[in-house]
Design a protein around this ligand. Structure first.
Ligand code: 1GP
Length: 252
């Protein structure tokens, strides 16, 4: 049996193999104009980020989403990966989509219904689907509320591991541990380390509340393969300098 891994996922896997870890810049189309989003993406590219994620819990849809992706693609050749909160977060001009299931949601809408409605669009748009489990931990932020997540307590790493293992056994190739955008602090390194021990070839993504190179380095040392930063990039006065600090800190 030979499951074909797509171009964008392959590129992420090669970056992780080469550098020890990779950095993803998350842009929420609802936070700035498409031109400003493109300028952030261009600066992040100069700083060495590995790919641009585009998505958000509220308002990342329609013309705004499409134009944000279009402007970003004018400024950088980096892969643009959609990070949708529902079927509305899909558009045809991106390269790939994190085709994710929010495993600890209480709502079938976020576990499978949006995915079923979105799958024919992913096919029609020619997007590369990257199979990913999405697991939200405390505090969870807006996405935890919108996604009706039964938040995993930070002090219960065994629960995070149980969900991550279920994802692995179901054949998902990426697991995203999410603290929620703008979380006060990143996820505990001990929790990341416990999950990583059992992941094998599954890529482990960690995001939420990561604001410094040092925090990112500690998470990578614990086992994170991919580090996501959104809020800190958006708020940065010098995006290139901030992303350079991130990428320098996490690479071996
Ligand atoms: C949110 O994990 C991401 O989905 C990024 O979080 O905005 O806190 O960087 P931040």
């Amino acid at each position: 049996m030979n499951f074909k891994i797509g171009r964008v996922e392959q590129r992420l896997r090669e970056a992780v193999a080469r550098n020890g870890a990779a950095h993803l810049t998350l842009i929420d189309p609802d936070s700035q104009s498409p031109i400003e989003a493109a300028s952030i993406a261009g600066a992040a590219c100069t700083g060495g980020t590995d790919a641009i994620m585009v998505g958000g819990s509220v308002g990342a849809a329609g013309v705004l989403l499409h134009e944000t992706v279009a402007e970003i693609k004018k400024k950088t050749d980096l892969p643009v990966i959609l990070f949708p909160s529902s079927v509305a977060g899909l558009c045809e001009n991106a390269d790939a989509v994190f085709f994710m299931s929010l495993l600890n949601s209480r709502s079938p809408a976020y576990i499978i219904e949006n995915q079923a409605l979105g799958a024919p669009l992913v096919l029609r748009y020619g997007l590369e689907p990257i199979p990913m489990a999405y697991i939200i931990l405390e505090p969870g932020g807006t996405v935890g509320w919108v996604g009706d997540a039964r938040l995993i307590p930070r002090r219960k790493p065994e629960l995070a591991l149980a969900y991550a293992l279920a994802a692995k056994f179901m054949g998902m190739r990426l697991v995203y541990l999410e603290a929620g955008s703008g979380a006060d602090s990143p996820l505990p390194t001990a929790l990341v380390a416990m999950v990583k021990r059992f992941m094998g070839d599954v890529l482990l993504i960690v995001g939420g509340g990561i604001r410094s190179g040092e925090a990112a380095r500690e998470l990578v040392a614990a086992g994170a393969d991919l580090i996501v930063t959104g809020t800190a990039v958006e708020r940065s006065q010098d995006v290139t300098a901030f992303v350079s600090e991130m990428t320098r800190s996490i690479r071996k």
